[in-house]
Design a binder for this molecule. Structure first.
Ligand code: FEO
Length: 169
């Protein structure tokens, strides 16, 4: 059985993951409207990953005899000045999520809930990958600057991303 405190913290994280998905879908729409389908695809895959993060936690909470209590999802931003501004926000957001996961693990340790600590380690690794992936895209975008040929090539590359749910989830 999971403690009330950790139950509430996990529900908070489910909401944060769903918000992340919502934010990335909003970003995907912004790119679509600017004829950058590759970036739009990349953001859509990102949104699918976040939904996966939320449902994985949802299933875990149920499995532990906890109570899933969904809250309202905040309205995401929908306007940005440039593709660079979008990816900078993604990078800031992922750093914030990493902090949330770290706080969640601290909560699990405070509650002496070792199963939750082990479960949450998956998210620690996932955050390393997420921050690296957005960091790489951000660096490329900075190198491209205002070069439209570079932007076109990067859009093609971003269009190749496919969301594959992790097998051992
Ligand atoms: Fe679920 Fe991108 O953190």
């Amino acid at each position: 059985m999971i403690s009330d405190k950790l139950n509430a913290a996990l529900n908070g994280q489910i909401n944060a993951e769903l918000y992340s998905s919502y934010l990335y879908v909003s970003m995907s729409a912004w790119f679509s409207a600017r004829s950058l389908p590759g970036f739009a695809n990349w953001m859509r895959c990102q949104a699918q990953e976040e939904l996966f993060h939320a449902t994985k936690m949802f299933d875990y909470l149920n499995e532990r005899g906890g109570t899933v209590a969904l809250e309202a999802i905040a309205k995401p931003d929908n306007t940005w000045d440039s593709p660079l501004a979008v990816l900078e926000q993604v990078a800031r957001h992922e750093a914030h999520v990493t902090q949330l996961i770290n706080d969640l693990i601290n909560c699990a340790l405070d509650e002496r809930d070792h199963a939750s600590n082990i479960f949450l380690q998956w998210y620690v690794t996932e955050q390393v990958e997420e921050e690296a992936s957005v960091g790489e895209a951000l660096n490329k975008l900075k190198m491209i600057g205002k070069d439209s040929a570079g932007m076109f090539a990067m859009d093609l590359e971003m269009g190749k991303r496919i969301f594959t749910p992790p097998v051992a989830a």
